[in-house]
Design a protein around this ligand. Sequence first.
Ligand code: AMP
Length: 249
Amino acid sequence: MRVIVAVKRVVDYNVKVRVKSDNTGVDIANVKMSMNPFDEIAVEEAVRLKEKGIANEVIAVSCGVAQCQETLRTAMAIGADRAILVQTDEELQPLAVAKILAALVAKEQPGLVILGKQAIDDHANQTGQMLAALADLPQATFASKVEVADGKATVTREVDGGLETLSITLPAVVTTDLRLNEPRYVKLPNIMKAKKKPLETVTPADLGVDAAPRLKTLKVAEPPKRGAGVKVPDVATLVNKLKTEAKVI
Ligand code: AMP
């Protein structure tokens, strides 16, 4: 079975992003970029399926600028066999990425496509679901456990107040939640090996995809600053303030 894993290059989760002064977006010039954390979990899961002998090839796919090659090399250092960069300097929205991935699904015929549940830059939580619709595949989102056997995946999902277990027929789309696994620490020899693994570069047009944005960002703004707190002398004053000022009780 072939597994496709989608990996997005995003601002590193440790970076405190700043809104641009013209409110058109956040400033990503000279900030550290890394693989989206949920996608690291996706790659780890795909590689574990290969190590168990369930998958025989893991393909990492990233869509975006030329530097996404670094993200793909990291995916191959974790254990992906080869990589595809769908290169463009244009802004890519979830629908465009889903269309690109759907074209690659048609070409590569994977048994499983694993994505992160959301990218930590746009927080869209849309790409996996849109891909499942476009490629007409079953989907199991927010996976915290995946077991593959007999042409089916049994996926445990984290839902409000508990766990839900689904059985889906392969090929299928799965998106990862935080507790699915703990990605391995990438060792230097594997980073060196990853440099020699094949990385193919194509454009959205090569795949017949119109990746033009469909949504326009009107404004990006900082959240309002929190005001300072006050100390109240007793419970009665607190209750009174909650009633009359905060109006929450
Ligand atoms: P989103 O719908 O933007 O929150 O992203 C959900 C998931 O879709 C991510 O965790 C990735 O697995 C995948 N994805 C989104 N954008 C890209 C991209 N530009 N390249 C590769 N994968 C992506």
